[in-house]
Design a protein around this ligand. Structure first.
Ligand SMILES: [Fe+2]
Length: 310
């Protein structure tokens, strides 16, 4: 059976890639997402690609108030039905079986969009993020630097998403990117009046546009989901600019929002890419990635290494 995502033709034609829309998929029950398979995966991935903490949070929780868990990653997955946890397994495409699945699904989507290949559809740098969470767990309010098809695999989930074209949720400064910024963003309960809420059951999903803020909660049983992500050239360019602006602000040179000065935008993107290319060969090991994050962005950049409550 081919793993696939399906969506209404009108949504693929008119909403993609600028607005969210509901999808269906056939990954529920797939053996790569059983708890034993995910426990093995949690044990295999490098430590900086597994993040977990207590699950029963408010959507606007302050990053420093998120309680950590004193358990191994593998144990969290095995005990997910009891341990009140939230976990993300990042970059699961490093495992060939997961990579093949991600590519199979996105190739199908590319074809439905009328393209002959992943590249032609703009599906570059394909990455998978698997979320394993206990009942009544919350992923706080945040934005992601990539587009994704989110697939619900086990248990119910409620996905609250907010229009990124509306600057009343997050300011231009808050959208700038830096490893020293915690992923969680400032949130106000009054935002809910403008939320679009997708109630997901296994087999359901949605398309999440680039940088649209969202928060997510599980229902009355444990949940397994996956974000199937890629970077289109358009998203990658904007990310580079938001990282350059974040870095320049850190060193005392705040910048206008993307698009205000297109010529300077181009200069900053070229400079940041040159810097990144020079550093990339050093980022092959976890130790070096950790060291470089700390050097450029400060100690806070390694916040997710905290394992025990301070
Ligand atoms: Fe997200």
């Amino acid at each position: 059976m081919t793993a696939e995502i399906t969506a209404a033709e009108a949504d693929l034609a008119n909403r993609f890639p600028h607005e969210p829309f509901a999808t269906r998929h056939n990954l529920a029950g797939h053996p790569l997402f059983s708890l034993p398979a995910l426990a093995r995966l949690a044990k295999t991935l490098p430590r900086d690609r597994v993040e977990y903490n207590a699950g029963d949070l408010e959507p606007g929780v302050k990053p420093e108030d998120v309680p950590t868990l004193d358990m191994s990653a593998e144990e969290v997955v095995r005990r997910i039905e009891q341990c009140n946890a939230w976990m993300v397994l990042k970059r699961v495409e490093v495992e060939p079986a997961y990579r093949a699945l991600l590519e199979e699904v996105l190739t199908g989507v590319a074809q439905k969009l009328g393209h002959r290949s992943l590249e032609e559809a703009g599906f570059y740098d394909i990455q998978g993020f698997v979320f394993v969470a206990s009942a009544n767990a919350t992923t706080p309010f945040h934005v992601d630097p990539e587009e994704n098809f989110f697939v619900q695999i086990h248990g119910p989930k409620f996905f609250h998403i907010f229009d990124n074209r509306d600057r009343s949720f997050l300011t231009d400064e808050e959208l700038e990117m830096s490893p020293s910024k915690h992923r969680n963003k400032r949130y106000d309960p009054s935002y809910e009046a403008k939320a679009q809420v997708f109630s997901l059951q296994p087999g359901d999903g949605l398309f999440v546009p680039h940088l649209w803020p969202h928060w997510v909660r599980t229902g009355d049983s444990y949940s397994v989901s996956m974000a199937i992500t890629w970077k289109s050239p358009r998203a990658e360019r904007l990310n580079t600019l938001l990282r350059a602006n974040g870095l320049l602000r850190k060193y005392g040179f705040p910048q206008p929002a993307p698009g205000v000065n297109p010529v300077m935008d181009g200069v900053k993107i070229a400079a940041y890419r040159a810097l990144r290319t020079a550093v990339e060969p050093l980022r092959r090991t976890e130790g070096m990635r950790r060291f470089l994050r700390g050097l450029v962005f400060g100690r806070q950049a390694n916040y997710y290494y905290r394992e025990k409550k301070a």
